[in-house]
Write a protein that binds this ligand. Structure first.
Ligand SMILES: Cc1cc2nc3c(=O)[nH]c(=O)nc-3n(C[C@H](O)[C@H](O)[C@H](O)COP(=O)(O)OP(=O)(O)OC[C@H]3O[C@@H](n4cnc5c(N)ncnc54)[C@H](O)[C@@H]3O)c2cc1C
Length: 643
């Protein structure tokens, strides 16, 4: 019975570790042409692979990543023919807790971060053999530049180096069985030849494509009588049993030009269409990949629109604690190294949380524990792994933070909406109000020891160093550059943060990252606070301040529901379970290990029950003996009395 009960708790806690709706993803496998990686398949896929890899490290809650997703999909689609042999486009969600260690290992400071890996990449090399590519660059050009520079190419790849021989038969040296070769003559800075080689990489066995320029092969250009004003030109060279049969220019003959070729197409598309026609007419091995693609249902769209449980009159403790959990256990721990101003900012931030987080006693204790641990550090730097360990060590029976990322008011209608950033704003507002409450509880509030910047500055530092949505972090620094001039009076931080947040709301009002079920409005709405408005649009700041002080007050925080509290209190089991999930190799191992925990607990339990049993037996025996001896004495006295 006990075993079943514990198993039930274990299964529940396993479910509890999942983010809402499982592991959210911004991409749909296969359909988006993006390989989805996670901690279980990353190393096997990327390192030692015959293909190069171009990986986006993202976070599903980050607005910048959501906007960038369309671009990443576009790149994946554009380069689709490159994937199977040369370079794979992939993505990994760093906001999924199972990827925490991996994202830390790659020192993912900001989302999205793009890293490109060569073929046969080696994990042990600096930066794990990868290079960061700026997301704002032309990614196709960046990929081509990167591939061009690779020294040792895998056998199956096209040869990117310019063709320098004046003999055309040399084209077939690398693949004697190929019947045809296409030689593109183009200008030095053109990437068209590379694009064609990559676009038709799947046909490299049957069709050789090379490129050359006037600078690198003047003799051949002369021999072919190329009109340099008409570049780019493609020559078709046919190989017949080792000797060249003929060669001709694509542009000289109508047979290479598709009938329906649209003259408005750009150069790349035109050449692509011509080569496709040539392959269809002559090689007929065009793998119609389209037919093979298994379209997976649009999971994201299929996810039922969940009714948000927003109770806009209350702040949810579940959101606040989940915010702490994601920030402390994931976001901060993704740093490879914490030192200098970053470590100093972390210390200030944790101190602020320990002092002002208006939560349960155990959570406050947990934050205090972390604060103490950070302040007793003997070194001036720690690794992300050490920090993560610290977040585990701070956990005791009366000091804990549940390892859960469930949202209540911050729950979006789809997994990529709201969540962590929403909870972060909520936490920030709550902290500014908590500072005022704290002050009001003093006998001499707002005396010289009070600093209106005490909470706001740590918030700003936290956003700068640990809010990894790069765009959000930069915007926030810019939007609050004037904070010193604006924070003068005791309540200024509450109002200032409200104004900044409303500016962000305005900027994002019609953004595609906004949850349609929760439009970005100027907060508070008239329904929520009619008094906050002077007229139709204008806010009454005095009334708004009153509203904010009450809305974000500790009195207005909706405590965790009974079941959530029980869930949260089972953190001992949660933490163990999570550790196994991250460290173990396979699911069975996870389950076995977790069961072992359960069995150990059961063993401990049965051990202590048997102890209780023997204590009970011992007392029963002692009791019986005493009763017996008393009775005996009584009998004796009785006997004596009778005599
Ligand atoms: C510091 C920071 C900077 C960000 N910058 C960007 C950015 O540059 N680009 C981007 O795409 N995303 C940015 N985000 C994310 C974005 O602001 C939202 O958090 C995200 O889109 C989720 O929005 P939401 O609908 O849940 O509401 P949120 O804007 O997250 O608000 C959460 C809750 O706070 C309350 N609220 C709303 N406005 C106010 C206010 N003015 N004062 C007090 N309470 C309020 C409401 O109850 C609301 O439900 C940022 C987030 C943070 C924390």
């Amino acid at each position: 019975m006990l075993k079943f009960f514990l198993l039930f708790i274990l299964i529940n806690s396993l479910n509890g570790l999942n983010l809402p709706n499982g592991s959210p993803s911004l991409y749909i496998p296969v359909k988006d042409n993006i390989e989805l990686l996670d901690t279980n398949n990353f190393k096997q896929s990327v390192f030692g692979s015959e293909r190069a890899w171009f990986v986006e490290f993202y976070s599903h809650w980050c607005g910048a990543c959501q906007r960038y997703a369309a671009h990443w999909k576009e790149i994946a689609l554009k380069t689709k023919p490159w994937h199977s042999k040369v370079i794979q486009v992939a993505a990994i969600n760093c906001a999924d807790p199972i990827n925490d260690d991996l994202c830390r290992d790659f020192n993912i400071e900001y989302y999205p971060t793009l890293r490109i890996f060569p073929p046969f990449a080696q994990y042990d090399k600096p930066e794990h053999d990868s290079k960061i590519i700026n997301q704002k660059d032309d990614l196709e050009v960046e990929m081509i530049k990167y591939l061009e520079k690779i020294e040792t190419l895998p056998k199956k790849w096209p040869i990117f180096k310019e063709f320098t021989s004046k003999r055309l038969d040399v084209l077939f040296v690398s693949n004697k069985n190929a019947k045809y070769a296409l030689l593109m003559i183009e200008k030095k800075d053109s990437i068209l030849g590379m694009q064609m080689m990559l676009d038709f990489a799947e046909h490299a066995d049957n069709l050789i494509i090379r490129r050359t320029t006037e600078e690198s092969n003047p003799l051949l250009i002369q021999k072919l009588n190329v009109n340099l004003r008409k570049l780019p030109i493609i020559f078709l060279i046919e190989n017949s049993k080792g000797s060249l049969k003929k060669y001709e220019s694509f542009s000289d003959s109508k047979k290479f030009i598709p009938n329906d070729l649209d003259s408005k197409l750009d150069e790349r598309e035109k050449f692509k269409r011509m080569i496709e026609k040539f392959i269809n007419d002559n090689i007929s091995v065009l793998n119609n990949m389209e037919n093979k693609i298994q379209i997976i249902d649009d999971k994201v769209d299929d996810i039922a629109d969940e009714k948000s449980q927003e109770n806009s009159n209350k702040i949810s403790m579940l959101d606040l604690e989940a915010s702490l959990n994601v920030m402390l256990r994931s976001e901060i721990s993704h740093s490879n190294l914490l030192n200098g101003e970053k470590l100093a900012s972390l210390k200030i931030w944790i101190k602020t949380l320990a002092k002002y987080f208006p939560g349960r006693k155990e959570v406050k204790e947990y934050l205090k524990n972390l604060d103490t641990k950070l302040n007793s550090l003997q070194t001036d730097e720690i690794t992300g792994t050490q920090w993560k360990q610290m977040t585990n060590d701070a956990q005791t029976s009366d000091s804990f933070l549940a390892d859960k990322s469930e949202w209540m008011n911050c729950k979006g209608s789809k997994p990529n909406f709201r969540g962590f950033p929403c909870s972060l704003w909520t936490l920030f507002h709550t902290l500014t109000v908590s500072q005022i409450e704290h002050e009001n509880s003093k006998t001499k509030p707002f005396d010289d020891s009070f600093s209106v910047k005490e909470v706001f500055e740590p918030i700003r530092l936290f956003v700068k160093y640990f809010f990894r949505c790069q765009e959000c972090s930069t915007n926030f620094q810019n939007e609050t550059h004037d904070y010193l001039e604006n924070l003068k009076q005791p309540h200024d931080a509450v109002l200032y943060l409200w104004k900044v947040h409303n500016r962000v709301n305005k900027r994002l009002a019609s953004d595609l990252t906004t949850d349609p079920a929760h439009p970005k409005i100027q907060f508070p709405s008239k329904e929520l606070c009619p008094n906050c408005y002077n007229g139709t649009e204008e806010f009454n700041e005095e009334e708004t301040l009153k509203f904010l002080l009450s809305h974000y007050s500790s009195q207005n925080i909706q405590e965790l529901k009974e079941d959530k509290l029980e869930d949260a209190d089972s953190i001992g089991l949660d933490v163990n379970e999570k550790e196994f999930k991250i460290e173990g190799d396979g699911l069975n191992e996870d389950v076995d290990e977790s069961l072992r925990v359960v069995e150990n607990k059961e063993f401990e339990q049965s051990d202590s029950s048997s102890m209780l049993f023997w204590i009970f037996v011992f007392f029963v025996l002692i009791g019986s003996y005493l009763i017996y001896s008393n009775l005996k004495k009584g009998k004796y006295k009785l006997k004596k009395h009778i005599v």
